[in-house]
Design a protein around this ligand. Structure first.
Ligand SMILES: NC(=O)c1ccc[n+]([C@@H]2O[C@H](COP(=O)([O-])OP(=O)(O)OC[C@H]3O[C@@H](n4cnc5c(N)ncnc54)[C@H](OP(=O)(O)O)[C@@H]3O)[C@@H](O)[C@H]2O)c1
Length: 299
């Protein structure tokens, strides 16, 4: 096994709970930072995972409402809508030399985290997984893969490699990518059209890509143009091919949040796209219209 590490996980939900359980069962020390009731549940029963990739298992974790000691890394796995409130649980002084690793979708949070924590320790990551928190400490992992791309242009490379090794030892497919902007925008370029259209029309991807194909193509082209303006490569044809290869019943997590009446990460995805477009003077009429329609629908 890689060196035993201590990892804090802020927000042990779908993604964080899965990673906490995987790290714990592979011998690392895990401290989940959570609300009082969730921390109590985790301390009492650990985290129970039912996974297509890893089978069923339960792993013990430590849990607290606040970080009180230095750790090797602090993974941030709350949603954007909860980020500001949750960050109060991580006093910068308690972190020591830890890496701060946000796994949130979106492109704007790394700058906000660099204002708060040591900029050369903020290592934004992209996670590809489908994992749901059914109840505190109960995780359903539906995808047969768990993949993390670690980045952080200002972070010393050995620190990223070390964390990648820790994640790999826990069963995650982890790699370190050299270009942070490209990594974050690659996820955004895929996610934004999928999330906005499936949520706007309340339809799974199969219906969106047939009944709303022109809009999908426009949104993919607009997102690619913004991505390029931000300095990240983009391949609209490849993005469309990926949507076409997905199962027709696929839903975005934003759409599932809308169906469940939960707050949406709309500002972090569509809002960020519009802000970046505005900054670089890229016209994005279809994105702007969809965002207005989603806002008018109360999101
Ligand atoms: N889930 C996926 O498959 C997936 C895949 C790729 C990317 N992502 C991205 O990963 C990020 C996290 O998503 P998720 O699905 O893992 O979210 P989630 O299942 O909703 O988990 C978020 C966790 O944050 C906790 N939380 C909320 N407010 C808190 C606070 N003030 N203090 C401490 N904990 C707090 C919640 O705690 P309680 O349990 O106490 O409510 C919950 O367990 C999002 O940006 C999402 O877009 C998710």
């Amino acid at each position: 096994m890689a060196t035993k590490h201590t990892v804090a996980i802020l927000g042990p939900g779908g993604t964080g709970g899965l990673l906490a359980a995987l790290l714990s069962r592979s011998g690392h020390r895990v401290i989940c930072l959570a609300r009082e009731e969730t921390a109590d549940a985790l301390r009492g029963s650990g985290i129970r995972v039912r996974s297509r990739q890893f089978g069923e298992f339960t792993a013990p974790v430590e849990a607290d409402t606040e970080l009180r000691e230095p750790v090797d890394a602090c993974l941030i796995t709350v949603k954007h809508t909860a980020l500001d409130a949750a960050l109060t649980r991580v006093p910068p002084t308690a972190l020591g030399d830890a890496l701060v690793v946000p796994l949130l979708n979106g492109v704007e949070h790394p700058a906000a985290l660099r204002d708060r924590f040591r900029p050369d320790r903020v290592a934004p990551a992209v996670i590809r997984v489908e994992s749901t928190r059914l109840a505190p400490g109960v995780i359903e992992h539906g995808s047969p893969f768990t993949e993390i791309d670690l980045t952080g242009d200002a972070v010393p490379r050995p620190r990223l490699d070390e964390l990648a090794a820790t994640l790999t030892s826990a069963g995650v497919t982890a790699r370190v990518l050299g270009d942070e902007t490209a990594a974050l925008w690659a996820k955004m370029a895929f996610l934004a059209p999928f999330a906005l259209l499936t949520t706007r029309y309340g339809l799974p991807l199969g219906d969106v890509r047939t009944r709303h194909r022109t809009e999908l193509q426009s949104l993919v082209a607009e997102t690619a143009a913004v991505s390029r303006a931000c300095g990240a490569p983009a391949d609209p044809a490849q993005a469309l091919a990926r949507y076409d290869a997905f199962a027709p019943a696929a839903k975005s997590s934003m759409q599932r949040d809308a169906e469940a009446g939960r707050p949406l990460e709309l500002d972090a995805i569509g809002g960020a796209l519009l802000r970046a477009a505005g900054l670089h003077g890229v016209p994005v009429p279809v994105t702007a219209r969809l965002m207005s329609e989603l806002r008018a629908a109360g999101h």
